[in-house]
Write a protein that binds this ligand. Structure first.
Ligand SMILES: [Zn+2]
Ligand SMILES: [Zn+2]
Length: 105
């Protein structure tokens, strides 16, 4: 699938490229930041089952937003809860079930 000869590639201008990089970096950083902060504030422990995680298994510990709003990231960690993937799953399925039950009653 390789074509010979000069290829015309339209490169974004330096400013455009910089803005794009900044945007991408910002998104990644803020995502990383709240997780890192939450782990530091609440510790590498699941708030529900109490399981603690070492560095090798830390990717199984996720940050749950108590109000469900991922953009609500107060620096004091009041909207975060560290939950292992199982408890996190459970937390969200119960939300849906609770919602369902309250609507059908
Ligand atoms: Zn758990
Ligand atoms: Zn969650």
């Amino acid at each position: 699938m390789r074509s010979r000869g000069p290829k015309t590639v339209i490169l974004p201008s330096a400013e455009e490229a910089n803005a794009l990089i900044k945007k991408m970096r910002g998104a990644v950083e803020s995502n990383e930041n709240y997780r890192t902060k939450s782990l530091r504030i609440h510790g590498p422990v699941c708030a529900k089952c109490g399981r603690s995680f070492d560095a090798a298994h830390l990717d199984q510990l996720t940050v749950h937003h108590k109000d469900g709003n991922h953009n609500n990231n107060p620096p004091d960690g009041s909207n975060w809860e560290n939950l292992c993937i199982h408890c996190h799953d459970d937390e969200h399925s119960r939300d849906i079930l609770g919602d369902y039950l309250s609507k059908t009653k």
